[in-house]
Design a protein around this ligand. Sequence first.
Ligand SMILES: [Mn+2]
Length: 372
Amino acid sequence: MLFAHIADTHLGYRQFNLEERELDFYRAWHEAVELMITEGVELVVHSGDLFDEPRPPIRALVEAKKGIKRLLEKGVRVVMIPGNHDMIMRRGSMAPHAIFDGVSVLTMENPSVVVDDVFIGGVPYLPRSYRAVLLENMAGLEKEAAQYKRRLLMLHQGVDRYLPFGHELSAGELPMGFDYLALGHVHSRIEEDVKGTRVCYPGSTEIWRIEEAGDWEREGKGFLLVDTDDMEPRRMSLGGVRPFVRTEVASEEDVDALKKALEGLGHKRPVASVTIQSEKGFSVLYDRLKREVSGMTLHLAVKRGLFKVEEARPRTPVLDIRELIYDAAEGLDEAEKAFAYDLFRSLSRGDGDGAVSLAEDFYGRWKEGALR
Ligand SMILES: [Mn+2]
């Protein structure tokens, strides 16, 4: 059976608060869906972050529905798990995926489905403080999968090997009782063979953060096409991703060269991020960028580079918030430290709901004595 593995479509995301960027994410989704249909897939697994937020704009719901309808009409089975962006960590809350008829949404209550003879397990995103639950659920699914010949596991988590900061799992904890781990969360494209188990992130379908432009330049954006016979992932790349240009300018010639490069990009106005690496010429270069380059782009971000300072100043070490919190919580156990850190992270994002849920859940588990 041929299936498509996609993730991190982030429908509804409006980068730079531009409608064009919101539309770009919808366009990528529809291009992916059409490509899946052309390739004749029988199954689509979406490994989380279908939407950019748990309460997506109506437009995002409509666009998601259109794509899903296209797939279902062609007889394609659709299986999804919620990611960290499209779910709320609160008991009884539902991910927006629940409104689509005909889609199998894997949840803690319904963690698996069998399509043909393929077992598909899935765990919705769980923060680090729920690691014990995550590991327990993965182990349960691994047991259940053992009697099947073809076994898939869908997760929306970071693995240390691919996400050194902010991961929930280490590579050694990945369950090897599956043929294919259909992962989401990491936005770059990763396909690995770990002792016969395929470990794959299809990456995001658009450039969600400027930092992702490098991976897009090297690897493109898209999804994976996999035959269950050999579980070999094949990259499908999207043609319509809006170009991102990141560059530095230090002279007027550099600005001229940038203009030439932008002209050569073709139909779609790019997003550009330009760092000015000249202290003396800063204002001249800045004016030229704003006057001559800005109009050639959809969005132009101009940054001031770090100029060499005459006097060498001693470097202060970079603050590692996680380390600071863990140090401050010395003497507490791992789950408690992780809770403190997760709480800090959701509060610093302004996610009050998330913080309340974390606290409620933590208290619940503490009361049940399930923490250690
Ligand atoms: Mn994501």
